[in-house]
Design a protein around this ligand. Structure first.
Ligand SMILES: Nc1ncnc2c1ncn2[C@@H]1O[C@H](COP(=O)(O)OP(=O)(O)OP(=O)(O)O)[C@@H](O)[C@H]1O
Length: 241
């Protein structure tokens, strides 16, 4: 079997006395998309933060590509599509410039993009269907287009692990289908993709596996099974029927 892209064992994350994640274990294999579903405060951001290295684990083990996560991040293998609220959309930066930030880790000391970097950015922008908008300021885009800019950044980066935090929030159904098709294509090329979402309806089309998170893993399995009402009720803090 192919080596896991993410391998997490018994991860615990605490903020003071708050236990954000308790004994979370998961494996993400190449070519797979896992959806993390949980209500506010269930630990989704903490899980992403732990993988990105911005949140410290109290205990447990995280491996990326079979080794040290810091090394995988340094090799530019990990990309992140942030929640919309985390981005300053008024910042005077164009679509192409944001996508170029995906190349920063690969630029030499001069930090000057070379032809290969510009090519990678152009191809990534083409792949997400934003060629006509490449020079536009990022605030002048629709919700779905904004998400595609950050997916393009991950493509330009040549990341093989993509983390997406709520990629469908503020996105209309048409754009959602475009993004789902894009992500499925990226996974088919062997990337591993981890997505946090509240969009339960879109899960079967998007995800190979679903994790219901409520500070611990309540369920990990096929999307159809996760959607069974009583499991959902449990994840969202309601009494099981
Ligand atoms: N910096 C922090 N200090 C203290 N507690 C925190 C901090 N960050 C998160 N928490 C707590 O940890 C738990 C998990 O939070 P986290 O942000 O990971 O959840 P989430 O599922 O991403 O939530 P949301 O859907 O609202 O973004 C919550 O109880 C939250 O209040």
């Amino acid at each position: 079997m192919a080596e896991s892209i993410i391998s997490i064992r018994d991860l615990v994350v605490r903020y003071g006395t708050v236990q954000a994640l308790a004994d979370v274990s998961l494996e993400l294999s190449p070519g797979r998309i896992i959806g993390i579903i949980g209500m506010n405060g269930s630990g989704k951001s903490s899980l992403f933060g732990a993988v990105m290295g911005s949140v410290k684990a109290a205990s447990g083990d995280i491996r990326l590509f079979g080794g040290d996560p810091a090394r995988a991040r340094k090799r530019n293998l990990v990309s992140y599509v942030p929640q919309s609220e985390a981005v300053d959309w008024d910042f005077p930066i164009s679509v192409a410039e944001v996508v170029m930030t995906g190349r920063y880790g690969r630029l030499g000391v001069t930090r000057r993009p070379r032809a290969a970097d510009r090519d990678a950015v152009a191809r990534a922008i083409d792949r997400v269907g934003l060629v006509d908008l490449a020079e536009r300021q990022i605030g002048e885009l629709s919700g779905g287009q904004r998400k595609r800019v950050f997916v393009a950044r991950g493509i330009a980066q040549e990341a093989t692990l993509m983390l997406l935090d709520e990629p469908f929030a503020g996105v209309d159904k048409g754009s959602e289908h475009t993004i789902v098709a894009l992500l499925r294509g990226l996974a088919a090329e062997g990337r591993g993709i981890l997505i946090s979402t509240h969009d339960l309806a879109g899960v079967p089309e998007l995800c190979d596996e679903v994790i219901l998170l409520k500070n611990r893993v309540l369920f990990h399995g096929a999307p159809e099974d996760a959607l069974a009402a009583d499991r959902l009720a449990l994840a969202f803090g309601l009494e099981p029927r």
